[in-house]
Design a protein around this ligand. Structure first.
Ligand SMILES: Nc1ncnc2c1ncn2[C@@H]1O[C@H](COP(=O)(O)OP(=O)(O)OP(=O)(O)O)[C@@H](O)[C@H]1O
Ligand SMILES: [Mg+2]
Length: 244
């Protein structure tokens, strides 16, 4: 298990020299240029940066949704860059919950069924699917909406179902890409409070990619990406004159 220098919290996410290149036309685009970071158990971390800086790409790699060109990614001590597809699916299902900007709920299933699904898919289910789904939806204030389909819910409510689904298998890591990006301010605030409550209640590590300054300030630590690299402090103002 990874332990940080003062021996306190184990690293849930550890990347080293993570590179993502993609072919474009006859050349290559360098999307991530060597990202090394540690995120410790129970932390709430924000990732910010200009559009196109590589935030979603980084989150997708950490979550095992996409593969890196080079470098390593450890999740809870397991190097996911070296796993077979079936083992990776298993690690993803057990260790990682995802929340997306557009909710990605299954439209034909009720809230309860959406949340129960990842438990039914788990190779060794840790919970009774319907019982756990009900408890989580209650925790997220959705007790009266268990049998609603996504189209019968507001955006904020759909996002709370998506958060419940992400927590279904009690993962050590919750990744969210612009979770309030498609919501009005009030619903966004509720979703943010929900994420914070969840973290207090479960101790899950939360990593949130966001453009929303109120989310960023609610995080314990904020990482800034510019042009595929982590930078310290503020994002450079591109309107400033470049020294020659
Ligand atoms: N399939 C692809 N082929 C070529 N380039 C791509 C591909 N997917 C993404 N990119 C490029 O990778 C860069 C990073 O994209 P990414 O989606 O990670 O940015 P982002 O920081 O999440 O941006 P946003 O804030 O707009 O969501 C962008 O410049 C994008 O154009
Ligand atoms: Mg993005």
């Amino acid at each position: 298990m990874n332990v940080n220098p003062d021996g306190a919290r184990p690293a849930v996410v550890r990347t080293r020299n993570l590179v993502k290149d993609l072919p474009l036309g006859s050349g290559i685009v360098h999307i991530l240029r060597g990202i090394s970071l540690d995120i410790y158990r129970g932390e709430r971390v924000g990732i910010v940066g200009p559009s196109g800086s590589g935030k979603s790409t980084l989150l997708g790699l950490i979550g095992g949704l996409d593969s890196a060109t080079s470098g390593t990614i450890e999740i809870d001590g397991i190097d996911i860059t070296r796993l077979s597809e079936s083992k990776l699916t298993e690690v993803r299902n057990e260790k990682i919950g995802f929340v997306f900007q557009f909710f990605n709920l299954i439209p034909t299933l009720t809230a309860l069924e959406n949340v129960a699904l990842p438990i039914e898919f788990a190779r060794k289910p840790k919970f009774n699917p319907r019982k756990r789904a009900k408890e989580l939806l209650e925790l997220l204030g959705m007790k009266d909406r268990l049998n609603h389909r996504p189209s019968q819910l507001s955006g904020g409510q759909q996002q709370r179902v998506a958060i419940a689904r992400a927590l279904a298998n009690n993962p050590p890591l919750l990744l969210a890409d612009e979770p309030t990006g498609n919501l009005d301010t009030e619903s966004g605030k509720l979703v943010l409070e929900t994420l914070q409550d969840v973290q207090r209640a479960t101790g899950t590590t939360i990593v949130v990619v966001t453009h929303d300054p109120s989310i960023a300030t609610a995080m314990e630590r904020v990482l800034t990406l510019v042009d595929g690299q982590l930078v310290d402090g503020k994002v450079p103002d591109r309107t400033e004159a470049v020294p020659v």
